[in-house]
Ligand binder design. Structure first.
Ligand code: ADE
Length: 232
């Protein structure tokens, strides 16, 4: 069973989207497990604070290193396996499909969700957290980002997706975006009366030609939207 352990001040945000569809079914089927660890339970004084103002000044609050360390230790003391530690932050390395594959091949993951201005960097470095961002924009916390990462991993676990081949063909498997899809009706008339046809090749039954067409389309779409992928 693949384990996701999420350190957050909002445990009630989980499972969130992870409770639905094939990911939620896989959770019920015990293909993976989800534990939330409430950072607020590891506060340090009578008021149970977990954060303080930043040294050097500036806005906002920073989560204390001792609080994060205690939360992580509470997980590790009961864990007999070694799994990666990931800190979700807009200052991290951008997440990609290779990371997702790598994490899904481990026995699980421990994810720290940032809030406020962030987490004291000393505990990130000292415990060896990998810092990961889900994109060049700033969210109010790492919880949605953690759900993105976990969803990406769980769908790759054996027994979660119906068709094994849908993993092989999907976007990014060869650094290409996926080709476009069509279904019935063969001729779709939109509300303005315009007719939209399905490309003839897709209804021709020529499997080799269809494969070639899809590859060409993949390259075309990648050139248009993600030329950076072609340079890799
Ligand atoms: N927390 C806030 N913004 C984030 C982002 N873009 N990626 C990961 N964690 C975040």
């Amino acid at each position: 069973m693949w384990r996701a352990k999420i350190i957050t001040i909002y445990p009630e945000m989980f499972p969130g989207v992870l409770g639905y569809s094939i990911i939620g079914k896989a959770l019920k089927d015990k293909i993976w497990s989800l534990d939330t660890i409430n950072l607020n339970e590891f506060g340090f004084d009578k008021r149970n604070s977990i954060d303080d103002s930043p040294f050097g000044g500036g806005p906002g609050m920073v989560i204390r290193p001792d609080v994060v360390e205690r939360a992580v230790m509470s997980i590790l003391k009961n864990l007999k396996i070694k799994i990666p530690l990931v800190y979700m932050t807009p200052s991290g390395r951008p997440l990609n499909q290779q990371d997702i594959v790598r994490f899904s091949q481990q026995k699980g993951i421990i994810i720290l969700c940032g809030r406020f201005e962030g987490v004291d960097i000393r505990v990130i470095d000292s415990l060896g957290f990998e810092q990961i961002s889900i994109g060049d924009y700033v969210l109010t916390g790492g919880e949605v980002a953690a759900q993105v990462l976990v969803e990406g991993c769980v769908r790759l676990l054996p027994g979660v997706l119906g068709h094994a081949e849908s993993i092989l063909e999907e976007s990014f498997s060869e650094n290409l975006l996926e080709y476009p899809h069509y279904t019935r009706p063969k001729i779709w008339v939109d509300k303005s009366g315009n007719k939209h046809h399905v490309p003839d090749i897709l209804v021709s039954g020529h499997h080799e030609k269809i494969k070639e067409w899809r590859k060409e389309k993949s390259i075309e779409i990648t050139k248009k939207y993600r030329p950076d992928l072609l340079k890799k």
